[in-house]
Design a protein around this ligand. Sequence first.
Ligand code: ADP
Ligand code: NI
Length: 228
Amino acid sequence: MNNSEIIAKTAAFIRGKFLNEGSGHDWEHIRRVWQTAATLAQHTPAAQVEVVELGALLHDVADWKFHGGDEEAGPRAARQWLASLQAEEATIQQVEAIIREISFKGLGVPTPMSTLEGELVQDADRLDAIGAIGVARAFTYGGHKGRPLHDPAVPPVSHDSFESYKKNTAPTINHFYEKLLHLRERLHTPAARAVAEERHAFMEQFLAQFLREWESADVGPAAIQASE
Ligand code: ADP
Ligand code: NI
């Protein structure tokens, strides 16, 4: 099977698996990451496009977040799938590495990617975690896990180990301070950094407005008071 057939079959496999996923890791997330990563690859001549595309398509195939924290579930599932299509061993190993390395693991935990292809996929995945879509996905995930929107009594923390990050059950607003607001500065490519500017500014605006509304709820919204 040639590379474009492997990519097409992988897209169909992942689409079927994630079409009705309800935690913000649905097929549309994967499709956006695939598209963005492929676009970044077009601007990066040294990147092996097929590795970027397969890495993007398979990056969440068996995410540790939904497999009892098992970090090897993803690489294992990707290897099994790609081997069933007789993909080259070198390609399988590169995709496994992307899946192993891609996730955010806590504010105090560096997550370098060992390959250029991995950097492009990680950038694409992180762009989809910020901006308006990022806000929507964060609350979708929080709702899926039964988390409150916000609790001022629970301050955000900086996780210094993947283990403590995994155990986190804080309100969703905390996730912005513990991860999402820090993604911009962790991007690898100038093209992704440029896209991140507007998305980052939107999240800051969203948080300021959210907290204004939250605080005003205690005394009644300011506009109602002003109209009296
Ligand atoms: P990563 O592998 O870096 O975690 P994913 O592609 O799995 O990236 O996406 C993670 C998505 O899940 C993001 O949109 C993120 O906002 C959301 N998410 C993860 N943990 C939380 C959390 N504790 N609260 C809210 N959203 C979360
Ligand atoms: Ni993802």
